[in-house]
Ligand binder design. Structure first.
Ligand code: AHG
Ligand code: MN
Ligand code: MN
Length: 319
């Protein structure tokens, strides 16, 4: 019987006990969020919360529940100085003398899928804090200490990187996330592209042309299938395991892009690159993009090296 390694043990071995305590808090919150999602039909936790968040979006009850759980658990960790959440306009600072980390998260990603029993997730990034919290978290994505996500699906899986490769942990019956994959690598090219093609009419032309080359098998002769779940975390997890590309270009409605730089694009970009893939906003590497504000939005193209490199050179050539 192989010895099972929990996520806290893995982080303590590969980093330090302070960071392990942060992951332990995230894991505890995730166990509670997973249970709330699984039993949502039996409690009154589906549907809208009745408030609009800083994004101007209707908050779902589970968005608020997940946010509260993460803040409660992370608030108990001495090394966590502050959190930044999709659901809160400003950072939540814990008055700590020895706070070293800020945890930046999307507490529940894919909210539109909650009520139809489709995978949703939690996405998080961990930044080092020195002095001002906002200044610390606005540093480029290359400064991230760690990143990860939890995908709540047929099984509940936590994926992380500490900057030394990508590992995955599966939630067991005792409420522990057990190491199930280490040194994960994304296929160099994949069989899937993932995009909301209903927006194609308002994409910059170069993206419509790019999708056409994939459909016409013009990228190394690869034939593609379309897969679009509408939960970034699930579309990304499939891309990490199977390969291919997820793209959410800018649209007329959202010329800056829809997805959030600090707590959607950057953590997934770090994981993608650590697994041998890539992530750009079109022309620029996501991890190099500067941030002006904690809720900045960006276009996101993330996935296997072949598809992301092909897109980036198409955009460069279109200039
Ligand atoms: P969130 O639920 O945190 O607001 O994120 C939703 C995001 C992301 O999960 C997904 O990829 C995207 O919205 C789907 O957008 P469209 O419905 O416009 O395709
Ligand atoms: Mn999201
Ligand atoms: Mn969300």
């Amino acid at each position: 019987m192989a010895i099972s390694t929990t996520v806290e043990q893995y982080v303590a071995q590969h980093a330090n006990s302070e960071l392990a305590a942060v992951f332990a808090a995230i894991a505890t919150a995730a166990v509670s969020i997973e249970r709330a999602i699984r039993l949502a039909g039996l409690s009154d936790i589906y549907g809208a919360y009745g408030a609009v968040n800083v994004q101007g979006e209707q908050q779902q009850k589970l968005d608020v529940f997940a946010n509260d759980e993460l803040i409660a658990e992370l608030g108990k960790v001495p090394s966590v100085a502050a959190i930044v959440s999709e659901e809160d306009e400003a950072p939540v600072a814990f008055d700590r003398v020895d706070g070293r980390f800020a945890v930046i998260f999307d507490p529940l990603d894919g909210s539109s899928n909650i009520d139809v029993n489709v995978n949703v997730g939690t996405i998080f990034s961990i930044a080092a804090v020195s002095g001002d919290v906002v200044t610390s978290v606005l540093k480029p994505g290359t400064a991230q200490v760690a990143a990860g996500y939890v995908v709540y699906g047929p099984s509940c899986v936590l994926v992380l990187t500490l900057g030394k490769g990508v590992a995955a942990f599966t939630l067991d019956d005792e409420g522990e996330f057990i190491l199930t994959s280490d040194n994960m690598t994304m296929p160099a090219q994949g069989p899937y592209y993932s995009a909301n093609e209903a927006n194609a009419a308002s994409w910059p032309q170069v993206y419509r042309d790019y999708l056409g080359t994939l459909v016409d098998k013009k990228l190394n002769g690869q034939a593609y299938s379309a897969r679009y779940i509408g939960s970034l975390v699930a579309d990304f997890h499939r891309t990490l395991l199977k390969g291919g590309v997820f793209l959410y270009p800018a649209t007329e409605k959202q010329p800056q892009g829809k997805l959030r730089l600090l707590y959607e694009a950057r953590p997934l970009a770090m994981i993608a690159e650590q697994a041998g893939g890539g992530a750009v906003n079109g022309a620029t590497r996501i991890l190099d993009l500067p941030a002006e504000g904690i809720h900045d939005r960006t276009a996101l193209i993330v996935g296997s090296k072949a598809e992301v490199d092909a897109l980036q050179s198409a955009v460069a050539g279109a200039k």
